[in-house]
Design a protein around this ligand. Structure first.
Ligand code: PBG
Length: 357
């Protein structure tokens, strides 16, 4: 056996004493008795599983599904493996997810250009695509949790999450429309509304609107710490809002430079009545998930967004990453960071891999 304590580490000599401490001590501890050897707990699968601190299960997953108002499926080019689904195959699609054990879906609509206006009327149409999809799913699978996104972007001629007037995204006027939108979704039968618009004060307003309408059983997942991120690019292709979007969303979504501010956002949303909060995007913001979980200890979800999904798929398609391993490792990382729930387009494949495990 090599005597590690004798091993020369000349490069360390130039380093100040303080910084040297950690690497210099390692050989000593191997020479000392009793020897601490962390590798004993990693020697075999049974013990690795026994000491695993975090575990991903199918119950953690929320599956985002895109719907469109035509028959059949249409692949989303920038999201390999993801289709926009027509109402004629929606029940079949959701049924397959449910068979895999997926308990919840989050619905997003692709809206025809002709239906997009600057007043976003289609967002509050009780017979819009999303409401029809919700009714269909709840009728076929009452036990599947259905989550609806509350934001105006799929319906907005300007591509923004709120009403735009004179180049400004209006806050309070947008909230009135968002409350209406949440109401029609809840009346259609969804279990959860998830405001993703980042207007100030919308969680309290939506909670009040739901309660006053006798819908106090409908939960709110607040996209509380939602960053102005380039990783939403493929999603905007999928819902067809990218081409409409004038400028960016930096006046309402968070600055990627900030972390304390995320705690303030979460604190406010909780005060206003959020049942679960969300951090989004996911992998570049694992530090935020951890801070939120440590500080508030409330149900927390992470959104592995379209761009994160696309990165894994692109690398895998090139043979640069192992798809299955990259998917599972990325999802486990959310659990380790403190997430209870994870929204991911990889939900069906992850569910399949968990079954095979
Ligand atoms: C819209 C919304 C977005 C996402 C979820 N809801 C896009 C955006 O804010 O521009 C992104 C999801 C993803 O990228 O997968 N309010």
């Amino acid at each position: 056996m090599t005597d590690l304590s004798k091993k020369e580490t000349p490069s360390l000599r130039a380093v100040p004493e303080q910084e040297q401490a950690a690497p210099a001590r390692a050989p000593e501890s191997l020479g000392a008795y009793p020897q601490i050897r962390l590798r004993r707990n990693r020697r075999a699968g049974w013990i690795r599983r026994m000491v695993a601190e975090n575990r991903l299960t199918v119950d953690d997953l929320i599956w985002p599904v895109f719907v469109h108002d035509e028959n059949g499926r249409k692949p989303v080019a920038s999201m390999p493996g993801v289709d926009r689904v027509g109402l004629d195959c929606l029940v079949d699609t959701i049924g397959k997810g449910s068979d895999l054990g997926l308990g919840a879906v989050a619905l997003f609509p692709y809206t025809e250009q002709a239906l997009k206006t600057s007043d976003c009327e289609e967002a509050v149409n009780p017979n819009n695509l999303i409401c029809r999809a919700v009714r269909q799913i709840k009728q076929a699978f009452p036990e599947v949790g259905v989550i609806c996104d509350v934001a105006l972007d799929p319906y907005n001629a300007d591509g923004h999450d709120g009403l735009v007037r004179g180049g400004e995204v209006l806050n309070d006027q947008s909230i009135e429309v968002l409350c209406q939108q949440a109401l029609i979704q809840a009346q259609a039968g969804c279990d959860v509304v998830a405001p993703s618009d980042m207007m100030d004060g919308r969680i309290g307003a939506v909670r009040t609107a739901l309660d006053e309408a006798g819908l106090n059983h409908v939960a709110i997942i607040a996209y509380a710490a939602k960053y102005a991120s380039c990783f939403y690019g493929p999603f905007r292709d999928a819902v067809g809002s990218g081409t409409n979007l004038a400028g960016d969303k930096k006046t309402y979504q968070m600055d990627p430079a900030n972390s304390d501010e995320a705690l303030r956002e979460v604190a406010l949303d909780l005060q206003e009545g959020a049942d679960m909060i969300m951090v989004k995007p996911g992998m570049p913001y694992l530090d935020i998930i951890r801070r939120v979980k440590d500080r508030f200890a409330v149900p927390t979800s992470a959104y592995q967004v379209s761009g994160e999904y696309a990165m894994i798929k692109a690398a895998a398609a090139n043979g640069w990453l192992d798809n299955d391993k990259a998917v599972m490792e990325s999802l486990l990382a959310f659990k380790r960071a403190g997430a209870d729930a994870i929204l991911t387009y990889a939900a069906p494949e992850a569910a399949r891999l968990l079954q095979a495990d």
